[in-house]
Design a protein around this ligand. Structure first.
Ligand code: ZN
Ligand code: ZN
Length: 416
């Protein structure tokens, strides 16, 4: 066991207690002494001072001569990267854990856990430089690279994973029997069971699938998920200029695609899918949070049915009375499993009569411009007193919404 004081040329005070087996090659010693690779001369000088034996790299217990294989790391990394289109990347390497463990132990013995550089950092830098040279892509040590490459130096194998790309647009939902997003079966959570006929989903179709399924092959992606600026009920239509959404495409091989072509593929089958899109463009990842947090006023058409016929004058009077009112809305039972039970204040900016089938009559449609988060069905039927005031309470007869359509999401996008 040797105990050696640090020579003057070495910045950190070093008291080294190493077993004879812990003798390192110049490369690995250099990383410990000066915190950066490639300073073999520095290591050699330290050896002179300390009379440490020099170990050839293949016999070094930390690197085991791995750096001799560096061209192979590059080859497997390039092979893994080949299917992907990328301009920025991050390269990582993996070494056998006994080697990394030993390096840590030596660092500790030298009082250098916090300084110095480990074997992975040196290998990553070499690999990143080589990949950049071979591909013309740039490394992105911070932030979000387009491609993440990992090389296992022991097995000469590599994996490549590309970060998601995002497509933003607006959608219409033109069917009352499809949900906005893919809806896994609640009983089996997607595995397939008797209740869902082994499909794993409660609804076989959705707006998400209608948009994501044609987008996936265009980007060479292996999956997608859908982020909407809020959502409408399954039985509600989304009309007008549509609702903003972002489609996230996972592990894409291509980062650009012909978006007008995607738009026309989706819209070519709207009659059966019930989904249409417009204004498609590529989006930044940060826009997902913005779209989910956005609180926009909305305009609805509520197609109502009264239990007994109402005079048109009465409907007009109640609509006028509700305009500008701040409702007290207690969380409806139908959503209480996913929202806290409390009373919210929601403003009705404008309520007008859109159409009425007869005067007096039982069927009429209200155009409602309401604050984000207003429960429209409950605003009409009163939800057994949980929403006050309500159309039904003011009209003096039970009234319910037969169909609800969202006709405008009042975000800052220009109206079509
Ligand atoms: Zn070594
Ligand atoms: Zn199921």
């Amino acid at each position: 066991m040797a105990e050696v004081a640090a020579p003057a040329s070495v910045p950190a005070p070093v008291v080294l207690k190493l077993e004879p087996a812990h003798v390192l090659c110049d490369r690995c010693l250099g990383r410990r002494l000066i915190g950066a690779a490639g300073f073999d001369a520095q290591a050699a000088k330290a050896r002179e001072v300390r009379t440490w034996a020099e170990v050839p790299e293949p016999k070094c217990p930390v690197c085991e001569g791995a750096f001799e294989d560096a061209p192979k790391w590059l080859a497997v990394a390039l092979e893994a990267a080949a299917p992907f289109q990328f301009a920025t990347f991050q390269a990582g390497t993996k070494f056998p854990s006994p080697c990394e463990g030993l390096e840590k132990e030596i660092s500790r013995a030298m009082g250098q856990e916090k300084s110095g550089e480990n074997i992975r950092t040196e290998a990553n830098r070499w690999l990143a430089t080589a990949i950049a040279k071979a591909t013309g892509a740039t490394t992105s040590p911070e932030g979000r690279p387009e491609l993440v490459l990992d090389v296992d130096t022991r097995y000469w194998s590599a994996t490549a994973e590309s970060n998601s790309v995002f497509v933003k647009g607006r959608y219409n939902k033109l069917r009352r029997d499809i949900p906005q997003t893919h809806w896994p079966c609640r009983r089996c959570t997607g595995k397939g069971c008797w209740e869902c006929n082994d499909t794993g989903v409660t609804y076989a179709e959705s707006v998400e699938d209608a948009i994501g399924e044609p987008a996936e092959p265009l980007f060479g992606a292996t999956g997608f998920s859908f982020h909407g600026a809020g959502r409408e009920d399954i039985d509600a239509l989304m009309l007008g200029t549509g609702r903003p959404f972002i489609l996230e495409l996972k592990n894409p091989r291509r980062r650009v695609a012909d978006l007008p072509e995607l738009e026309s593929r989706i819209n070519a089958v709207t009659a059966t899918s019930g989904a249409a899109v417009r204004d498609l463009r590529m989006a930044a990842p940060e826009e997902v949070a913005a779209i989910k947090e956005g609180e926009y006023g909305k305009e609805y058409l509520a197609h109502c049915l009264a239990e007994t016929a109402l005079a048109k004058a009465k409907v007009l009077e109640v609509a006028a009375a509700l305009t500008g009112v701040a409702l007290d809305q207690r969380t409806p039972d139908r959503v209480s499993h996913r929202r806290a039970d409390l009373v919210r204040k929601r403003t009705l900016h404008k309520v007008t009569l859109e159409a009425m089938e007869a005067d007096p009559g039982v069927r009429f449609s209200l155009r409602v411009h309401a604050e984000s988060g207003t429960y429209i069905k409950e605003m009409v039927n009163g939800d057994e007193g949980r929403t006050t005031p309500s159309f039904a309470a003011l009209a003096g007869v039970p009234v319910k919404v037969e169909f609800l359509d969202v006709v405008a999401i009042l975000d800052d996008a220009p109206a079509a």
